[in-house]
Design a protein around this ligand. Structure first.
Ligand code: ADP
Ligand code: MG
Length: 619
């Protein structure tokens, strides 16, 4: 038998490694940006074309490379950052594995230009699929420029697997943000399709966050600062009242590296508990500094997952730091109110001494605790929303169905029958249905009909009602847009981009929104039925829905917007309702075209027939 095991050619080994290091254009962006930081750059430019599929270029004014290093940097496991295994215990640089450039060069056309400050002349190297094409002296500014063209030109499977340009660009922006957030002192510029997308001058962290996420962030940030022997924590959390409906901005950095860590996330999340609604998310930008010996970053090639030697203690310190920051913030709010009083100084009596004022902060203080049970009664302030008779007549669905416009279904027929029989609780308005309506677990409305027990999921039902009302506005059947006090709403740059795309759809739905530039929008009118919606939250939810669900498959953009708006404005399960409110839901639900389901396809009600009841009791 001849021997059959052979060493793989270097270019193949590099391609295999590239599978882990370079999954998409954004991974190459991450590696190239990190190299500029390690090179000590103070000015970095990122140039993107076609979401990085055609071109990714990173230019820096860092230390540059010598002629030999310019060739060496594309070798696998070639690095200037560590020399021995022992060095792994004290890593201060972002790179150390020496595989990024080798991997990138194995799956793209790469051109490197680099010059050290002390050298007269620089080097230019062209390498394609691991193969060096040219290596020449070149005149170049000090620093390094790397162009990565036609990524995955020789790995069609990976190229085809890439998502749309919008999605891939989003990943790139995310990587850009992660690096920019760790190094506010470095100036970054990002160009997309030859236009400046972000220009970030050297600044303090607060200004950097504001430059990335919008001017409105300035008043949202609460500083966090905690120094201990084990770990130093700094950064900002967002005030609880600005919690987002979508995951929002949640950033952890450890020793200058963006990390993903669900365990630490939990520490922050629980610190916010009770201060923000259950379906909202706190935003944070938190920086951990600890002895490199106490953190292992070498558990995955992309280095975003890390292990801490003593994660339990870090959890506890982080939790306390966030609680304390929230406590301090609450204290300042309280002090603001009491300022006037504290200015009324009493003259000192003879012999009286002054004691230094002391402030103790109760980190467990929770301003929302007492208000909790008051909230439900605030929900039905809009009388138009549920007044009987508002909106369409109760029989329009029956008529539509009978005229053949709406497909018939056994349940729909059943409801028609209920309605035609003028069953109390369905047609006669809220006052008359009172005797037979009640709520169980504050979530389901129950009533008796001639057919059996009707059980309605209040949330699904209300979503359906609002959804159809919003869509009626588009169809021009209801003129229900109402002017409001103009409010400015701001979004993250990528959400703002998406919103700009959707302004037409929003307008058709009865919203008047103007683009004010700089990710700010002004809202002047809203559909009548959404009088009490948290508009900002609702739009965030809309954008999130659209991002996750490509319009066109099952629903158009208007439908998606209407669905998200309805979901956000609808009463929720768990809310106690007054009898009139239950009555209004029943009445309006069965005036809908599709009362059976919520806009998301969840059942809105079911009937437990008397026959079924009889069977159960064997009677
Ligand atoms: P690592 O960063 O893990 O060392 P890379 O493949 O990313 O591995 O880079 C290999 C080497 O190339 C680095 O160790 C560094 O010496 C050099 N290098 C890469 N990018 C730059 C840059 N922008 N400026 C100066 N040197 C660089
Ligand atoms: Mg590197």
């Amino acid at each position: 038998m001849p021997d059959i095991i052979r060493m793989l050619p270097e270019s193949v080994a590099n391609q295999i490694a590239a599978g882990e290091v370079v999954q998409r254009p954004a991974s190459a962006v991450k590696e190239l940006l990190e190299n500029t930081i390690d090179a000590g750059a103070t000015e970095v430019k990122l140039v993107i074309k076609d979401a990085g599929k055609t071109l990714i270029q990173v230019l820096d004014n860092g230390c540059g490379m010598s002629e030999r290093d310019a060739r060496m940097c594309f070798e696998r496991h070639a690095t200037s950052k560590i020399q021995t295994a022992h060095d792994l215990l004290s890593i201060r640089t972002l790179g150390f594995r020496g595989e990024a450039l080798a991997s990138i060069a194995s799956v793209a056309h790469v051109e490197l230009k680099t010059k050290k400050a002390e050298d007269e002349i620089g080097s230019q190297l062209v390498i394609e699929g691991s193969e060096v094409k040219t290596h020449n002296p070149v005149s170049a500014p000090s620093g390094t420029s790397i162009q990565v063209k036609n990524l995955f030109f020789n790995v069609p499977a990976r190229r085809n697997f890439l998502k749309s340009n919008t999605s891939e660009l989003k990943y790139i922006i995310e990587e850009f943000f992660r690096v920019a957030l760790v190094h506010p002192d470095i100036s970054f510029t990002m160009f997309n399709q030859e236009k400046v997308m972000f220009q970030l001058p050297s600044a303090k962290l607060r200004q950097r966050i504001v430059a990335l996420f919008g001017s409105y962030y300035n008043q949202r940030l609460i500083p966090v600062e905690q120094q201990t022997n084990m770990v130093n924590i700094s950064g900002f959390i967002c005030k609880p009242e600005f919690a987002k409906k979508t995951r929002g901005e949640q950033y952890f950095f450890a020793n200058g590296r963006f990390i993903r860590n669900p365990y630490l996330h939990h520490a922050v999340e629980t610190a916010f508990q009770e201060l923000i609604p259950k379906d909202s998310f706190a935003s944070y930008f938190l920086y951990l500094e600890l002895d490199p010996g106490n953190i292992d970053v070498n558990i995955h090639p992309t280095k975003t997952e890390v292990n801490f030697t003593d994660s339990k203690s870090i959890y506890a310190i982080l939790h306390a730091a966030v609680r304390q920051a929230l406590g301090k913030y609450n204290l300042t709010t309280v002090l603001d109110f009491e300022q006037e009083k504290s200015l009324e100084l009493q003259p000192l009596k003879p012999g009286q001494t002054i004691r230094q004022p002391q402030i103790t902060i109760n980190p467990e203080y929770n301003p929302f605790e007492k208000k909790k049970e008051l909230q439900p009664s605030l929900r039905f302030e809009n009388p138009g929303k549920f007044s009987p008779g508002a909106g369409r007549s109760g029989n329009s669905a029956t008529q539509a169905r009978q005229s053949g416009n709406i497909p018939s279904s056994p349940l729909a027929d059943h409801i028609d029958k209920l309605r035609d029989e003028k069953e109390p609780g369905l047609d006669l308005g809220p006052v008359n249905i009172a005797p037979t309506l009640f709520q169980i677990t504050n979530s389901y409305i129950v009533t008796e009909t001639s057919q059996g027990l009707l059980i309605i999921d209040q949330q699904a039902a209300h979503e359906r009602i609002l959804y159809e009302e919003i869509l009626e506005t588009v169809a021009g059947k209801l003129k229900s847009s109402s002017k409001i006090m103009p409010v400015t709403i701001s979004f993250s740059p990528d959400d703002a981009l998406l919103l700009k795309d959707l302004l037409g759809e929003f307008e058709a739905l009865g919203f008047e929104i103007s683009d004010f530039g700089n990710n700010d929008f002004v809202l002047q009118s809203i559909p009548h039925d959404l009088g009490h919606t948290d508009f900002h939250g609702a739009v965030e939810e809309v954008l999130e829905t659209i991002k996750n669900e490509l319009p066109g498959k099952n629903a158009g953009k208007s439908q998606l917007i209407a669905r998200a708006m309805a979901k956000s404005a609808a009463i929720k399960r768990g809310m106690p309702l007054k009898k009139e409110e239950m009555g209004a839901i029943c009445q309006k639900l069965f005036a809908c075209k599709m009362p059976e389901f919520s806009p998301n396809g969840k059942p809105a009600f079911f009937v437990l027939s008397f026959d079924e009841l009889k069977k159960k009791f064997k009677t």
